[in-house]
Design a protein around this ligand. Structure first.
Ligand code: SF4
Ligand code: FES
Length: 249
């Protein structure tokens, strides 16, 4: 395939940045999107030009690093996949593809397509953990009865990889889907009850401090989420938040 890539280039946080055009040839439909970016970068390096900076790590949909807005969609046109799992067969010979960083106040651009998502780490640090003893003389997990649906829903929430596509897709740059997944994975399990009130209050407070917007039930986040995290988690977090605010410790 021959493609025309329109890529956001930005030297650093303070640079104004802009779209640059790169023609690319010999792209196989079997390549992943990131492999296509590798080919482009090899081409740029051989021409003595600066390669495009982009985040990646596992390249198998686990780490959540490969944040890219492709033709206006977080992780591109496919559903339920990250950019590293997106294949070039989703595009046609002669296509023009726009590639931009995730855009949100809470995700400042570091360089080109790389954004700073440490805001998510700070939200996690504010309460996304349990402090019950999980080593040594702990109770066997199987000895604690947990309804199957609760276990399944907690597991589904825990599949969030913190990629930030929900924020990038939301007109309010809301991080509610991410935060609600992290709250839900504990709220549904007995181990998470100990700090439940503090957790939701602190994580929501940190989310607001980081400059993310609020949820207005548009649902774009759920559509673009590569892990299919459900909006039900946001409803659960709102209930947890209300309970914690009324019956605070
Ligand atoms: S909720 Fe989905 S889109 Fe948002 S960070 Fe988690 S995996 Fe990514
Ligand atoms: S590189 Fe890890 S999820 Fe894409």
């Amino acid at each position: 395939m021959k493609l025309t890539l329109k890529i956001w280039r930005q030297k650093d946080r303070n640079d104004k940045g802009g779209i640059e055009t790169y023609p690319i040839d010999n792209v196989s439909e079997h390549m992943s999107f990131l492999e296509m970016m590798d080919v482009l970068n090899e081409q740029l390096v051989s021409e003595g030009k600066e390669p495009v900076a982009f985040d990646h790590d596992c390249r198998e949909g686990i780490c959540g690093m490969c944040s890219m807005q492709i033709n206006g969609e977080a992780h591109g046109p496919d559903r339920g996949v990250t950019t590293c799992q997106l294949h070039m067969r989703k595009f046609k010979d002669g296509d023009t593809i726009y590639i931009e960083p995730f855009r949100a106040k809470g995700f400042p651009i570091i360089k080109d397509l790389v954004v700073d998502r440490s805001a998510f780490d700070r939200i996690q640090h504010a309460g996304g953990f349990v402090s019950v003893n999980t080593s040594g003389n702990t109770q066997d997990a199987n000895a604690i009865p947990i309804p199957k649906t609760d276990a399944d829903n907690a597991f589904d929430a825990a599949t969030c990889i913190g990629c930030g596509a929900c924020v990038a897709s939301c007109k309010n740059a809301s991080a509610m889907l991410f935060v609600s997944a992290k709250v839900s994975q504990f709220a549904l399990l007995p181990q998470g009850k100990v700090e439940a009130k503090r957790r939701v209050l602190n994580m929501v407070e940190q989310m607001d401090k980081e400059g993310f917007g609020n949820c207005t039930n548009t649902g774009a986040c759920e559509v673009e989420c590569p892990k299919g995290i459900s909006l039900e988690n946001i409803a659960r977090m709102n209930r947890e938040y209300l309970k914690a605010s009324i019956f605070s410790e």
